[in-house]
Design a protein. Structure first.
Length: 268
């Protein structure tokens, strides 16, 4: 993956702040969030370029996404992860692991993942896909902590995308074919919190991530941390995301004094 050369934390934070300042309003048509609020998992502005390599991980600090992102020309990505046991700290806690194409330096994202939403006071897991800038569309299949999820996005001709999401633990698979005018210029396996408030979890393991049929590491992807969580070393298509202090509860959460009414649409 791409990793940064040593540089000051202040410059990294400034770059992340600039990324968070890029906003896009999500259309609500065609989505039905299972807990009532439409949420969006949108583009990440690329941070400053750094050195390459997948040895010692030196990720960019606090991006919108946390995980690995490759830049190039891509027609497919596939990957699996195990849903972690998450603990809600506030009703604003919300996050999703997902894999997808685009969104890193482009204004669309073609993606699928599983959301953990704490707005009800407990973690509620929901499977979804999204063709950003459209809002997420949720499937009704059950997902539980500990389930193994496999997600794939395949770009076909004339802006057609085939998205597949499977829970191999429970035995269900969902497919959808969508159309979108997109660039196919990045591929990512990441976590994201649209509210910038993560629930607590100890580890999330991605595995067998392939891009254009090759191991993810073949494309020298870049590491990014998000909200106190960071990726470990990428080994082919496998890596883990953990709290950066190595323990529970270090990730960013909205504090009671800063909580506001949860918006119907999340903006970046």
């Amino acid at each position: 993956m791409k990793t940064t050369s040593a540089r000051s934390r202040s410059r990294a934070v400034a770059a992340a702040t600039a990324a968070l300042a890029t906003t896009a309003v999500l259309a609500l048509a065609g989505s039905a969030a299972p807990v009532g609020a439409a949420t969006a998992f949108g583009p990440q502005t690329p941070l400053a370029a750094g050195s390459h390599g997948t040895g010692q991980v030196r990720p960019y600090d606090d991006g919108v996404w946390g995980g690995y992102v490759a830049q190039g020309r891509f027609t497919s990505i596939s990957g699996s992860w195990v849903e972690p046991q998450a603990t809600c700290n506030t009703s604003d806690d919300l996050f999703a692991p997902w894999v997808g194409i685009d969104g890193y330096g482009s204004q669309t994202v073609e993606q699928a993942g599983v959301q953990t939403d704490c707005s009800s006071g407990r973690p509620v897991l929901s499977a979804w896909y999204e063709m950003y800038p459209a809002a997420p569309v949720y499937w009704r299949d059950a997902v539980s902590p500990g389930d193994t999820i496999t997600s794939s996005v395949v770009a076909q001709s004339r802006g057609t995308y085939v998205i597949t999401l499977s829970d191999t633990t429970k035995g269900w698979t969902e497919h959808t074919t969508q159309r979108l005018s997109a660039q196919n210029v990045s591929a990512e396996a990441v976590i994201e919190s649209p509210t910038q408030s993560y629930p607590s979890f100890d580890e999330l393991d991605f595995s067998n991530v392939t891009v254009n049929g090759k191991p993810f590491s073949s494309y020298d992807p870049q590491a990014i941390t998000s909200g106190g969580y960071g990726p470990g070393e990428l080994n082919g298509g496998d890596f883990s995301i953990t709290p950066e202090d190595g323990g529970w509860g270090w990730a960013t959460h909205a504090t009671p004094s800063h909580q506001a009414a949860r918006p119907g649409t999340i903006r970046y």
